[in-house]
Design a protein around this ligand. Structure first.
Ligand code: ATR
Length: 523
């Protein structure tokens, strides 16, 4: 790994110089530490326009603020089809105007005439360096390490920039390995949603730059995240080669609140830790491949994982297959939502979902002993119900499961020794505790409730595991009937607090967790 300054760069893809200046000021305000001027987007492009832009940036943001100038060939993703001779003139002019880096396509550089002209331009520049880039917009490269060597052998002073497309998160490891093994400065990452972690980890592994977009709508490449997210969620300024890694393994993962919540708390506690969204598609085999990839590379520094749909059962199976230890109730539930990686890659599995839910109930009823023999009605028979039923039965509650598909309620009830009924029989129940473990009422279908309003009464504790919206129709009805309520955010924060403690051996900041979720929900 070549440890050097690693910059958070924003690609500026404006059609005019004025638009570019506006974009640059937004980029810098949001945390960009470098800009890439994609001059192939500028209409009626001239060297003079580019020179003025460079002078503006250096004048406004100071000499150390680095600039890459690119005038990309359309065959490598360029916008306007400018001829190669003109593109080289633009780069030469940029070097004269003080650009720190110019980026040219490796393929075009192997053409003798192009190469000669770029070398002359470089020899006239005091500090300008050449980035030789090579992209694959569809696939990954057959052998990325040999491509890296080929570029460097062809022109040793170059900074190789190798970008490919990831189809699956496991495709990222080629980029991460190359960064780790590189002897010289380079820029490497994978595009596409599946390539996300390679962009975020580029900084940890010393890539000269990683590229962020100005806003979601202005991404110049697939899978870019915004500069604001890099700074605020992924704490770009604090990442270095020592940063320990965590993440949530899920599919889908895009809407998970966990990265925002855990990263905010890592920052709050002053810990050099980073939490990533880990999109692992597929079944147990895919989960296993991902975990093996991560654990085999101890230099990545993964120390823990949150696990959610559809991998909680896979996590349990994997830990056992690796000789790890699974907490007894997680084993009974058949699902692990937290993995801790101990010394020597020893794995520990927990289920903070059930614990988070039970803690929320215990706080409301005034003690765990109050759960003994309490009449509890659980709506739903999926994964969430399973965890909560296990926790309630463990605490001595008398549980009855109501589900739309009675067969599933029966199966779950049999396993935990409780009663069951069809959801259509929920009217007239006498439960002291009523818990919605279905997704009914979740945004955007917030005008639904899994039960009719007349099931609520006083005294009763009504708990909805849905937290988006915070006050579901189920909870609105419960309050209207005088029942006490627990919202899903309470459970979410409890389980996240427990995970945070398992990850760090420190207490998390409960209020910050709650505020972070509310801020995300408000977006
Ligand atoms: P999770 O892991 O989040 O619990 P799940 O395993 O898919 O998700 O379970 C979803 C639960 O919500 C199930 O109990 C499901 O009922 P079925 O077993 O009959 O499918 C319940 N559910 C989902 N949509 C529902 C609806 N519209 N009305 C009633 N129950 C519903």
């Amino acid at each position: 790994m070549f440890v050097a300054m690693s910059y958070l760069a924003v690609s500026i893809s404006a059609r005019t110089a004025e638009e570019a200046i506006d974009q640059i000021s937004v980029a810098v305000a949001n945390g960009a530490k470098m800009v890439e001027l994609r001059t192939d987007f500028i209409e009626d492009l001239t060297s003079e326009k580019v020179g003025k832009l460079i002078a503006h940036i250096k004048g406004q943001y100071g000499k150390p603020f680095p600039i890459i100038v690119t005038c990309r060939d359309v065959s490598q993703g360029g916008a306007i089809n400018y001829p190669v001779k003109m593109r080289i003139d633009i780069l030469a002019g940029a070097l004269r105007a003080g650009a720190d880096f110019v980026d040219f396509e490796y393929n075009n550089f192997t053409v003798a005439d192009n190469q000669e002209r770029i070398k002359v331009a470089l020899s006239d520049s005091v500090r300008g360096r050449l980035i030789l880039s090579h992209h694959d917009f569809k696939n990954k490269f057959e052998n990325i390490a040999s491509l890296y060597r080929k570029i460097l052998m062809f022109y040793p002073p170059a900074i190789p920039k190798i970008i490919y497309t990831a189809d699956d998160i496991n495709d990222c490891f080629d980029a991460l390995d190359l960064l780790y093994n590189a002897s010289e400065q380079c820029i490497v990452f994978a595009m596409g949603q599946a390539g996300l972690i390679s962009r975020i980890l580029a900084k940890k592994l010393g890539s000269v730059a990683t590229f962020a977009s100005l806003s979601d709508s202005q991404a110049t490449a697939q899978g870019q995240i915004t500069v604001e997210e890099f700074q605020n969620i992924y704490r770009s300024d604090t990442i270095d080669d020592k940063t320990q890694l965590y993440g949530i393994i899920a599919d889908p993962v895009g809407h998970s609140m966990s990265p925002a919540v855990h990263n905010a708390c890592f920052g709050d506690a002053g810990l050099n830790k980073l939490y990533l969204p880990l999109l692992v598609e597929g079944d147990y085999d895919d989960f296993e491949i991902f975990m093996n990839n991560v654990l085999r590379r101890s230099w990545l520094g993964f120390k823990g994982f949150s696990v959610t749909v559809p991998h909680k059962e896979n996590a349990l199976k994997y830990i056992k297959a690796k000789g790890g230890v699974v907490e007894a109730l997680a084993e009974k539930i058949g699902a692990v939502n937290t993995i801790v990686v101990g010394p020597g890659n020893k794995l520990f599995g927990y289920n903070t979902d059930y614990a988070g839910a039970i803690e929320a109930i215990v706080n409301k009823v005034g003690g765990r002993d109050k759960l003994m023999n309490i009449d509890a009605a659980v709506i739903g028979a999926g994964g969430v119900s399973r965890a909560i039923v296990a926790g309630l039965v463990d605490a001595g509650a008398k549980v009855k499961i109501y589900n739309r598909t009675t067969r599933k309620a029966k199966k779950l009830a049999k396993q935990f020794g409780c009663e069951y009924a069809s959801l259509s029989k929920v009217g007239g129940i006498k439960a002291e505790l009523l818990i919605n473990c279905t997704s009914v009422g979740m945004s955007p279908k917030a005008d639904h409730s899994p039960v009719p309003i007349d099931v609520f009464r006083q005294p009763m504790v009504a708990f909805d595991t849905v937290y988006n919206p915070l006050e579901t129709l189920f909870l609105t009805h419960a309050k209207a009937c005088g029942a006490e309520t627990i919202d899903g955010l309470e459970m979410f924060v409890n389980q996240a607090m427990m995970q945070f403690e398992l990850f760090t051996s420190k207490k998390g900041n409960r209020q910050l967790m709650r505020d972070t979720v509310l801020a995300q929900l408000g977006k």
